[in-house]
Design a protein around this ligand. Structure first.
Ligand code: AMP
Length: 176
């Protein structure tokens, strides 16, 4: 483990200006995904941070959180729970709406996704304003899970998303 540094991963991330709308600089992680050494390096960095920690489930956020979180779940021998955009999960769900810059978004999770009080790690690709992760953490708790950490590959620190995530232990190896 650990022969790819966070700096190496950081330099592989591609900035795409004005996507999906003017003024947003999109952090494109596809150059990491398409390179097996970098993809594995990213997963190893996250897994190393949780070495020895007891994690029953990894909850992953639609859609780019799925990519890193599912690989991490295999490596960590944890179960996988998708947190999906409203209307995608087939069984009974809890839903949580949160404010976006314009309008709102709604995320959902299956009501039986977690055992009561089991330790859950929440994973997404990137922390921006924190609204998505805060809503997801709340969903996990409503469904009976206990959020013991939130991992992002990337944190956009200037957006201060951490402030929305209270006292949850956060880990983000790449910071812009
Ligand atoms: P937020 O709720 O503001 O923290 O937004 C986080 C979600 O939006 C994550 O699922 C990210 O994938 C996505 N996101 C927000 N801003 C960016 C950005 N600049 N580049 C790539 N993804 C972003």
């Amino acid at each position: 483990m650990g022969n790819i540094s966070a700096d190496t991963l950081k330099s592989a991330i591609r900035d795409v200006p004005d996507f999906p709308k003017p003024g947003i600089v999109f952090k494109d992680i596809t150059p990491i995904l398409k390179n097996p050494a970098l993809f594995r390096g990213a997963i190893d960095l996250l897994a190393a941070h949780h070495k020895g920690q007891s994690i029953a489930k990894i909850a992953v956020i639609d859609a780019r959180g799925f990519l890193f979180g599912s690989a991490l779940a295999l490596v960590m021998n944890a179960g996988l729970v998708p947190i999906r955009k409203k209307g995608k999960l087939p069984f009974k769900t809890f839903e949580e709406s949160y404010a976006l810059e314009y309008g709102t978004a709604t995320l959902s999770v299956h009501v039986d996704a977690f055992e009561k009080n089991e330790p859950v790690l929440l994973v997404d690709d990137l922390l921006a304003t924190g609204g998505t992760a805060a809503a997801s953490a709340h969903l996990i708790e409503r469904a009976g899970g206990r959020v013991v950490g939130i991992d992002f590959l990337i944190e956009l620190a200037f957006l201060k998303g951490r402030e929305k995530l209270g006292t949850y232990p956060l880990f983000a190896p790449i910071v812009f």
